[in-house]
Every structure is written in structure tokens, then in C-alpha cells.
Design a protein around this ligand. Structure first.
Ligand SMILES: NC(=O)c1ccc[n+]([C@@H]2O[C@H](COP(=O)([O-])OP(=O)(O)OC[C@H]3O[C@@H](n4cnc5c(N)ncnc54)[C@H](O)[C@@H]3O)[C@@H](O)[C@H]2O)c1
Length: 350
């Protein structure tokens, strides 16, 4: 059996919450090396995974160049995605990169150049693409079951910005995160909207920083929050459809509400993150007098996981809606345009 040896760079929240547990469930791979600048995390995760001391790194270049690593997962803060991915691509190692791809599109140039010279296999962790309901929604929409898309209506709201005592972690600093809640949560839905309904062609946005100051991580000093806590925008899409998005981490009463509705001329497809294995749909004999939106279970063939698909990709068996660096670049362009629109208070063509 072709066992893929995976190195993970950045073993914080998402590495431990998704990448590692999902990789453990995949037969044909082994996590052979990890890297983190936080030595405590390195030890805790290294011990848990029985990683030998010599394969626990604090410099990502050492992990990338290790002969015991076939492919690299990049789970660091956003500003490090491109430098690490560029180093991996130059070393000929396939990558799975967390979203958003970068802090802005201009920063992505070195990665684009490296990929041109050395086109290695690559994937972006647009996690929603691996959720059964989204894959099923794509299948239904591609069949034209709801007719022409009129609009997508998207809500992603949380109360996490109000967590008591939350400090000025990297997500609140522009040079490390690029965008705030927009790139943290919104980028998933932007990618989803383009996947399901077509390219976004113009945006008009507003953003806000709700909690203006937070204490630094290592002192009691207050410092300014530099990234958005709230973003809403409307958009035009290439097929004439319209979109409306509301994204917030300052929504009291919501621990994580994601609603994604696609309205068509003959029906609706509707996704709710709190119930990711079903879709709410209405198509066919639509009876306007009776609300006939019904819930359908997603068929088993649409079930998979992000990390299972990463390993399959390495083995040459590609997922039908695999997100790649090209999709990361595309959504980065949209993030940049949304911020520009909010700053200039005008429509931006993409
Ligand atoms: N796909 C998703 O649904 C999803 C969810 C959450 C986070 N994310 C993304 O994952 C990334 C990480 O987010 P997180 O919540 O895990 O953050 P985190 O702060 O919990 O973890 C980041 C880790 O990277 C380490 N790190 C920092 N600099 C490093 C360096 N130079 N070399 C090696 N390690 C370094 C940190 O010490 C930390 O352990 C972000 O890009 C975020 O947007 C994606």
C-alpha cells in the first residue's frame, strides 16, 4: 500500500480540531512530522501522535526538507501560508493550505511563480466543499432542478468576538490576518457561492470593527483591533444572479449560524450548517399555496472528509470539486475587492 507521509506545520486550533483527527481516520497515511514555534504545543501534540523528537521542528523549512515527509499541511496564521507554501512547492512537495490563501493578492506572487515552475499537486482547505450537503447541492443545481438562479442569500454569524477576555490574537492584526471575520468565516461562503452559482463580478460592501481594542497576548496593555468584526456585501454574479452576504463575529445569541439559500426560478436549495447532512429543497411541482420546502437526507455517496480527499489527491484520485490554489487566488481577489469597496464606499468590479 502507498502510505503517504504527512508533515503538519502549525499545530494549533484547526490542525488539532480537524486535520489531525481526520488524517488519523484515513488508512493510507501517517503523520510523520510536525512543526510549531510554540514548544509546548509541539510537545503536547508530538507526544500524543508518538512523533519522534527528531521529527518535531520549530523551523518549517526543516519539516519541508525532511526525507520523511511526502506532503505538507499548512495550518499557521494567514500571513505565513504563502511563504510556507512557496518553500514547499519549490521543494516539490504537495500542499494542503488553510484558508484564506494570504493576507492580500499581491502577497501571493511568489507562490504563483513557484507553481508555474514546479506545478505540484495542491489543495486549499475550503472545508465546506467537503460537506455532504454542499456537494449534493452542487449536484442538484448542476442538473438545473431549481431553474435559473435569481439570488443567493448568505448568513454566517457568531458571538465569538464577544468572548470575555479574548485577547489580541493574530486574527485581530492586519499584517497577520489580512481580513477579519471576512477572511475567517466569509471566505468559505464566497468560495461556496462561486462553486454553486457562478462567478461574482462586482461587490458593494460595508465593514465594521465592533470591539475596537483588546489586551495584548503577553501584557495588560490595550491595543487597537485592525481587522473587521462585521462585513456585509451585495454582489452581481456572472449569470445575472445577485448575492447578499452578512458575516459577523459579534452576533449575540449565535454560536455559529450558517444559512445559505439559493433561490431559483423553479425552486430553492437551502443549507444550514447546524444540520450539514441534510438539505432543505423545493423543486419540481412547486405549490405556492402550500409551503412545500422539505428536508432531504444527503445520499451516502456524497459523504467524504477533507483529509480523505487530500490523501486521495496525493494518490492521483481527484475529488470532483477539489479546491486548489487557483480557487484560493480567486477568493483572495474577492476579499481584496470587498475591503476596497468598504474603504472607498463604492462598487468594485472584479
Ligand atoms: N478551514 C476551516 O474551517 C478553518 C477553521 C479555523 C481556522 N482555519 C485557518 O487555519 C489557520 C490556523 O488557524 P487556527 O485557528 O488553528 O490558529 P491557531 O492560532 O490556533 O494555530 C496556529 C498555530 O500556528 C503556529 N505558528 C505560528 N507561527 C508559526 C511558524 N512560523 N511556524 C510554525 N508554526 C507557527 C502557532 O504557534 C499555532 O500553534 C488560519 O489560516 C485559519 O484561517 C480554518
Amino acid at each position: 500500500m502507498d502510505i503517504k507521509r504527512i508533515g503538519i506545520i502549525g499545530v494549533g486550533g484547526i490542525a488539532c480540531g480537524r486535520h489531525i483527527p481526520e488524517l488519523i481516520d484515513v488508512k493510507d497515511c501517517k503523520i510523520t512530522a510536525i512543526c510549531d514555534i510554540d514548544e509546548n504545543r509541539l510537545k503536547t501534540v508530538g507526544d500524543k501522535l508518538y512523533i519522534p523528537e527528531e521529527l518535531r521542528f520549530t523551523d518549517y523549512n526543516d519539516l519541508i526538507n525532511s526525507p520523511d515527509v511526502d506532503a505538507v499541511e499548512i495550518c499557521t496564521p494567514n500571513h505565513l501560508h504563502v511563504p510556507i507554501a512557496t518553500a514547499a512547492v519549490k521543494a516539490g512537495k504537495p500542499v494542503n493550505i488553510e484558508k484564506p490563501l494570504s493576507i492580500n493578492l499581491a502577497e501571493c506572487e511568489p507562490l504563483k511563480c513557484a507553481l508555474k515552475e514546479n506545478p505540484v499537486k495542491n489543495m486549499m482547505s475550503f472545508t465546506y466543499r467537503f460537506m455532504p450537503a454542499i456537494r449534493y447541492a452542487k449536484w442538484l443545481l448542476d442538473k438545473g432542478l431549481i431553474g435559473d438562479v435569481i439570488n443567493v442569500d448568505v448568513l454566517y454569524i457568531k458571538n465569538s468576538g464577544f468572548i470575555k477576555g479574548r485577547r489580541l490574537e493574530w486574527r485581530f492584526e492586519k499584517d497577520k490576518a489580512g481580513t477579519g471575520v471576512l477572511g475567517d468565516l466569509g471566505v468559505h461562503l464566497i468560495d461556496m457561492a462561486e462553486l454553486l452559482t457562478g462567478k461574482i463580478t462586482a461587490v458593494s460592501a460595508v465593514t465594521d470593527i465592533v470591539v475596537k481594542q483588546r489586551k495584548r497576548l503577553d501584557s495588560e496593555e490595550l491595543a487597537n483591533v485592525e481587522t473587521d468584526d462585521y462585513c456585509s456585501f451585495i454582489c452581481d454574479m456572472e449569470n445575472g444572479a445577485k448575492g447578499s452576504f452578512v458575516i459577523s463575529r459579534c452576533a449575540i445569541g449565535h454560536q455559529g449560524t450558517v444559512k445559505f439559500d439559493v433561490f431559483g426560478t423553479k425552486g430553492i436549495v437551502s443549507f444550514d450548517l447546524n444540520n450539514p447532512n441534510v438539505l432543505n429543497v423545493c423543486y419540481g411541482e412547486v405549490d405556492l399555496a402550500n409551503e412545500n420546502i422539505h428536508t432531504v437526507d444527503v445520499p451516502q455517496e456524497f459523504f467524504t472528509t477533507q483529509e480523505a480527499e487530500f490523501i486521495k489527491m496525493l494518490q492521483g484520485d481527484s475529488y470532483d470539486i477539489l479546491p486548489t490554489i487557483d480557487d484560493g487566488l480567486r477568493s483572495q481577489k474577492i476579499l481584496d475587492s470587498i475591503l476596497e469597496s468598504a474603504e472607498k464606499r463604492c462598487w468594485i468590479e472584479i
